[in-house]
Design a protein around this ligand. Structure first.
Ligand code: G6P
Length: 356
């Protein structure tokens, strides 16, 4: 087992560090170097009028990203928690595509939602890491994320690969005005993830806020799923209370819980409208004496209001969340390590949950 960890203390850390390689593999042969066109065999001939994603846990956060990317490209798209999909089924038409995002391809809730979709007569696609998994076998099509085996119960590299695969899906299904920029950003992403891994100050931030009562994560737009994912990762492996919100929702309730004992992690990139609004939310938090940790590319002035800064390189807004998330993975890891938690096998959790 020690050899399998390649010198890392935990599989989770090893898998966090495997992300540049995993992302290169996810992209290999799928993007035309010259034109930037996406060519993925599993998606050939697909032209759905609407897309419904079904997924659980971390994969659901990738689904939220995928749905936003498709909507931005003009395709009707929604993300559903797989365990809720059948409760009040969203309408489908003959050319609806249901995409199950599942690292393992074995999650019972997701398989059940995909079976429900098949019963309704629509085409299904499994976006999965495991060739030969139940999801890959049962769906009409399979898009493999090629992240390599993930042993740590808390998903890390597979999330990044799912987000990249979701972007390939959206680029392949709908013409996008910024297609070239996105493809170029995806191509630069593995190197930028490496930069984050090499320079991250997450361990220091973990030390600084180790004894906090609770942790909040906020982000707008494409950073919203990462706010949720940052909180989930922290909960899973540190057992600390953490919640993620869309930044704009903070003032509609959660702000009541914000005190000097609750650091707020704010994801802010670029200096567009969304960034400006999130900086506004950060000011509200700062006024209540909560420590602010910002994950930022340094383009806005959010650092002025922050007690700690986790830097990421500048990139396309649709790709930035992957970089921001790497910083949050490292924060969760270092908090858990300093607290002596069972990082690779957290209490009560399983890598793949095969009951509904
Ligand atoms: C379990 C794991 C989570 C994972 C979820 C979905 O709950 O503990 O880390 O995100 O299942 O797994 P899947 O294999 O479907 O992506």
């Amino acid at each position: 087992e020690e050899t399998a960890k390649s010198g890392y203390d935990h599989y989770m850390l090893k898998e966090i560090h495997e992300q540049p390689r995993a992302l290169r593999k996810c992209l290999r042969g799928r993007v035309d170097e010259l034109t930037g066109a996406v060519d993925v065999e599993a998606l050939d001939g697909l032209n759905p009028s609407s897309v419904q994603f079904v997924a659980c846990g971390t994969s659901y956060h990738a689904a939220l990203h995928g749905a936003s990317a498709l909507r931005e490209a003009g395709v009707h798209a929604q993300a559903f928690l797989a365990s809720e999909y059948a409760t009040a089924p969203a309408p489908v038409t003959d050319d609806t595509l249901v995409v199950g995002i599942t690292q393992s391809g074995e999650t019972a809730d997701t398989l059940s939602a995909l079976r429900e979709a098949r019963k309704r007569g629509v085409e299904t696609l499994a976006m999965t890491n495991v060739v030969g998994s139940t999801a890959a076998r049962e769906c009409d099509r399979a898009l493999f994320i090629r992240a390599g085996p993930e042993i740590g119960v808390a998903a890390t590299k597979t999330f990044s690969s799912q987000v990249v695969a979701a972007n390939l899906l959206s680029a392949s299904l709908a013409p996008q005005s910024d297609a070239r920029e996105v493809v170029e950003a995806l191509r630069d992403l593995p190197g930028q993830v490496q930069e984050v891994l090499d320079s991250s100050r997450a361990e220091r931030v973990a030390e600084q806020f180790l004894d906090s009562e609770g942790y909040f994560f906020v982000g707008r737009g494409y950073h919203h799923p990462v706010a949720l994912e940052g909180a989930l990762k922290l909960k899973e492996i540190t057992y600390k209370h953490a919640e993620g919100f869309p930044a704009g929702e903070l003032k509609h309730g959660p702000l009541a819980l914000v005190t000097e004992e609750t650091p707020v992690f704010a994801l802010v990139t670029g200096n567009g409208t969304e960034a400006t609004k999130t900086v506004g939310n950060v000011k509200e938090v700062e006024a209540r004496d909560a420590p602010v940790v910002t994950v930022t590319d340094g383009v806005s002035d959010v650092e002025r209001y922050a007690d700690a800064v986790l830097e990421i390189p500048e990139t396309h807004p649709r790709v930035a969340p992957v970089l921001a998330n790497v910083q949050l993975q490292l924060v969760a890891y270092h908090v858990a390590k300093k607290l002596g938690r069972s990082i690779d096998k957290p209490r009560n959790l399983a890598k793949s949950v095969t009951v509904e």
